[in-house]
Design a protein around this ligand. Structure first.
Ligand SMILES: O=c1ccn([C@@H]2O[C@H](COP(=O)(O)OP(=O)(O)O[C@H]3O[C@H](CO)[C@@H](O)[C@H](O)[C@H]3O)[C@@H](O)[C@H]2O)c(=O)[nH]1
Length: 211
């Protein structure tokens, strides 16, 4: 999963398949301003807790954006040209996440999309009715501001239909995480994870497991 080679970065002048760079011009109190942003799809994610073994079901994957934006030691010779050598370990771009995905399937509810993502990425068959909504937050508010709705679901071993791992060319590792280990990850800034991962864990410890 982390065998990454020949990395180059170049500016994306026009909209791509997944993000569209935009410039917003507006007036605030009559003063002309602008904001550079990207237009992206909203998304869902799902905290999965296996009650058979009291483990969270997490996913780990290489995230190119995390890699190029977050790794120490990358030399940016221009704002948009990165010189990334083999000394920058691909592991620095491998995240801890709860499974989820972008809402790019017309006609499906957020809950239906979540059910599909859980099956594709982790192999667990869950029902939309068993999803508990934790809430909706806005992501990357200085750059995108898209909505992400986060759910919680409990599963048992016998609900597993396959290994998961994603579809098409996705390379996703399914990893179980113990409750104590998860708790120790809160506030640990060596853990590379998105906001909904920490939010989901915090919600769990506040609402499901206060020990
Ligand atoms: O530039 C891109 C973007 C996406 N993909 C592919 O499209 C898939 C999209 O997968 P999906 O599972 O729908 O979304 P995620 O990559 O998991 O990420 C979305 O869902 C997450 C919730 O789990 C949010 O945190 C992210 O912001 C949001 O982009 C990826 O895995 C890739 O296979 C690309 O190849 N290139």
């Amino acid at each position: 999963m982390d065998n990454i080679t020949n990395v180059t970065v170049k500016p994306l002048d026009r909209g791509g398949k997944f993000v569209t760079p935009i410039r917003v011009d507006y007036e605030q109190d009559g003063k002309a301003k602008f904001w550079e942003a990207v237009r992206v799809s909203k998304s869902v994610s799902c905290v999965i807790f296996n009650v058979s073994r009291r483990k969270f079901v997490c996913v780990r994957q290489f995230r190119p954006a995390v890699y190029v934006n977050g790794a120490d030691g990358i030399a940016w010779s221009e704002p948009d040209v990165a010189n990334i050598g083999p000394e920058i370990s691909a592991k620095s771009g491998v995240t801890w996440e709860f499974c989820g995905g972008i809402c790019d399937k017309p006609g499906l509810s957020l809950e239906q999309i979540c059910v599909e993502e859980v099956l594709e990425e982790t192999g667990y068959a869950v029902k939309a009715e068993s999803l508990v909504k934790i809430g909706t937050s806005r992501c990357h508010v200085g750059v995108a501001g898209e909505a992400q709705t986060v759910y919680y679901v409990e599963v048992t071993d016998d609900m597993r239909r396959g290994p998961g791992g994603g579809i098409d060319e996705e390379m996703i590792d399914v990893v179980e995480l113990g409750v104590d280990e998860a708790k120790s990850m809160l506030g640990d800034d060596t853990v590379v994870a998105p906001t909904d991962f920490f939010w989901g864990l915090s919600w769990f410890f506040l609402n499901k497991n206060q020990a």
